[in-house]
Design a binder for this molecule. Structure first.
Ligand SMILES: [Zn+2]
Length: 422
């Protein structure tokens, strides 16, 4: 409104000026050679104004014409962006719905509209993978890995593919590259740990494992792999200290101490292990040096002194006392064990042996033995090393099940508890 008033005022001023000059008279004379044109001053002014106006309009028109392609391009790009983003959304929906062909169509459309951005390349790879076209997916991942801003994404995809086709050397190389691209990524740590387990690289797996008792079997496995005795001993000590209740580690650590001339410390390790979690192999290692039956009972009493009421402690003393003909002591331990409800088959077999020692080959003795043997037949089985993946029983602990090749699945079972991994 104000503009309109200004224009009208300017127009009025202009007209007034022209009328005033027409009233004043005078003019402009243009002379070319002999020809002379006389133009009244007001008309000359009008002509000049008109020429200015035409020139101005001409320049404005040329400017608009020159900007026209850029404007059209910007408009086209804006349209492509909108269409591309819509295609990205549809591709995501198709991926989530598990329809690979639709996803591929939408991803192609998105790539056509938006070009090769990290998002479109990632979607391409995912759609190709969903469609089972691993080669095409690998190409997209490689394109991602070649970009500085999306290198980790590409390497991650390639690593996942390598793991899937069980190409361990490539997977390890990619894991190292990914670690360099994105140090400390939690996902990568998990993958590297899985890789280390798959490639049986126990040292690497140990270094990557979360602190806790799960490290003990890895440390022991690393020790078994270690050719240098000093380093192996250190790993065995680490395994034992991480989990004193993990019998294989305690046995290895104690054996090494005994071999290197520290039998007292070896016994101390076995006692500590028994206190943490009694295991028959620990008892065997502890008392096997003794051959005299009475000395064996004494040694066993020393071993179990920290937890004498544990079923394994009662069973151990009961059996050894039977062998030493300490029948009263044996009966006391074994009956306490059966009364506790935690006895397994071994306790009833030990009681049968006790009857034989106590009563000899008499009708009473045979009847008592028969009773215990019947009970042994229905009792819970003795604990053992068993693979939780395939259910095979093993004589000793091993980091990898030789039957089904599962890692970390061999655990000590017992009637009262579920298998313990490791
Ligand atoms: Zn197995």
């Amino acid at each position: 409104m104000r503009n309109a008033i200004v224009y009208v005022a300017l127009l009025a001023l202009g007209v007034a000026g022209v009328l005033y000059m027409a009233h004043l008279g005078g003019g402009v004379e243009i002379r070319v050679g002999e020809v002379a044109i006389f133009v009244p001053f007001a008309v000359a002014l009008l002509i000049v104004a008109l020429v200015f106006l035409v020139l101005h309009l001409l320049l404005v028109g040329i400017g608009a014409l020159r900007r026209w392609p850029a404007r059209m391009r910007a408009k086209r790009e804006a349209r492509h962006r909108v269409e591309g983003e819509a295609a990205v959304t549809r591709a995501l929906v198709a991926l989530a719905a598990g329809t690979p062909e639709l996803a591929r169509i939408e991803v192609r459309r998105a790539r056509d509209r938006l070009g090769d951005t990290p998002q479109t390349l990632m979607l391409t790879a995912e759609a190709e993978r969903l469609a089972g076209r691993e080669e095409a997916a690998a190409e997209a991942f490689q394109a991602l890995a070649a970009r500085q801003d999306a290198r980790f994404l590409g390497l991650r995809g390639l690593l996942r593919q390598a793991i899937q086709r069980e190409d361990w050397p490539t997977a390890q190389r990619l894991a190292r590259e990914a670690e360099a691209a994105q140090p400390g990524a939690a996902w990568l740590r998990q993958e590297r740990e899985t890789l280390a387990l798959r490639t049986r690289d126990w040292r690497e797996a140990l270094a990557l494992a979360a602190p806790g008792t799960a490290q003990a079997p890895l440390a022991l496995a690393a020790a078994m792999q270690e050719p240098e005795p000093g380093r192996a001993a250190e790993l065995e000590r680490q395994a034992f200290q991480t989990d004193p209740g993990f019998a294989p580690a305690a046995l290895a650590h104690a054996r090494r101490l005994k071999e290197t001339g520290s039998p007292r410390r070896a016994r101390g390790v076995l006692e500590e292990a028994w206190k943490a979690r009694p295991h028959p192999d620990i008892a065997a290692a502890y008392i096997n040096a003794e051959s005299d039956p009475l000395q064996r009972v004494k040694a066993a009493e020393q071993l179990v002194h920290a937890n004498p009421k544990h079923p394994e402690s009662e069973l151990l003393i009961g059996r050894l006392a039977t062998e030493a003909s300490l029948t009263g002591r044996a009966r006391q331990e074994l009956e306490a064990l059966t009364a506790s409800g935690q006895a397994d088959r071994r306790a009833y077999l030990a009681l049968s042996d006790l009857e034989e020692v106590e009563q000899g080959d008499t009708p009473e003795g045979r009847a008592a033995q028969a009773k215990w043997l019947r009970m042994a037949a229905t009792a819970a089985p003795e604990p053992r090393w068993r693979c939780s993946a395939c259910g095979t029983d093993r004589a000793v602990w091993e980091p990898v099940c030789p039957q089904c090749h599962s890692v970390g699945t061999i655990g000590w079972t017992s009637p009262q508890q579920l298998p313990v991994a490791g």
